[in-house]
Write a protein that binds this ligand. Sequence first.
Ligand code: URA
Length: 433
Amino acid sequence: MRIVDLINKKKHGESLTKAEIDFFVSGYTNGEIPDYQISALLMAIYFKGMESREIADLTDAMVRSGDTVDLSRIEGIKVDKHSTGGVGDKISLIVIPLVASVGVPVAKMSGRGLGHTGGTIDKLEAIEGFKVELSNEDFINNVNTYKMAIVGQSGNLTPADKKLYALRDVTGTIDSIPLIASSIMSKKIAAGTDAIVLDVKVGSGAFMKSLDDARELARTMVDIGKSLNRRTVAVITNMDQPLGHEVGNANEIKEAIEVLSGRGAEDETEVALTIASYMAVLGGAFKNNEDARKHFEKLIASGEAIEVLKKFVEIQGGNPDVITHPEKLPQASRHIEVKADLEGFVGGFDSEKVGISAMMLGAGRRKKEDNIDFAAGITIKKKLGDHVNLGDVLCVLHTNLDDVAEAERVVRSAFVISGHKPEAVKYIYEIVE
Ligand code: URA
């Protein structure tokens, strides 16, 4: 087989066979096929697309390019969730205890933040003592006993995706739906789960800027899941503004505590309950989404949900006191109010800029090797549709840095103040099953 023939085939819009997809994925992973030929092939895929069967074969080839996690010693239907990436997205912290509390095993592997988006693993490390590296034995035992455990990504999972993603990043081929869908699903499938709920974000802070694109990405990922025998549901959610009010690490833990205590922001609570409900249904604990949701609402109101979060922190070595005393979480030395210099309504948001500003304050990394400051972050005081008077506080910056002028300029430009009240925002657009 010659890679140039595959490039020509795809250039003319023809489908690649399973053997051809295996050939280019394994050849690129082991270094036999050079970057320049794979770049040409990726660009041909970008323009000509792939049919469902090819996308499933590509995903499967990426899964087989490295190690896979064996969760067969965990009893029950293992359920995972994945977000396509947003700002202020702390949904995993909320849904893990909820879903575990109904007996559905959540064996979660999560990532760290890079650039404007945060990562669940970083957020959890804001809790004193919380261990994100567990031995395989402890991970499996925790899930079997408590139905929940989380670890950072490790090992040689989907090396083909790592190489292809890095190449896509520098060849203008990131925003291709077949390539995004296979990249995300290969990682989830390699992590060993039986069922997956996907949170596909759409809006200014998301990869997908239009609902049509989000729908296509959701459909493509759900179809991959079906082809590879994983129960998969996608929830398309709004990312036109940061979720909830907190963006950062320690402050996002604080906000997750608020949601599980029944005092959460409406958007955050709605998205978390929807995702947790679908996870519980896929895991076989409920017949339908409505029953699951009612159960979770009761669990939150009764105070049981927050107790499960405390247990989660404790079994991973963290200090459970922070859940009842969030003031024990890392605190920044400076809190700077950003005030409105215009009157009107918050008519639009550039969520990505909020994420970039939080990163500048120390809450995120510019490069993989950077350290983060768990105490740094932003509290959003005005959200879409809120009325703003001159001098009202739009947001508060939390930092340990002396000079935050640039971060302040960036976050200020994220707020679009307009003369008209915008239409009410929808938190959940659609469910794709
Ligand atoms: N996230 C991924 O893991 N892969 C992509 O291609 C895009 C977003």
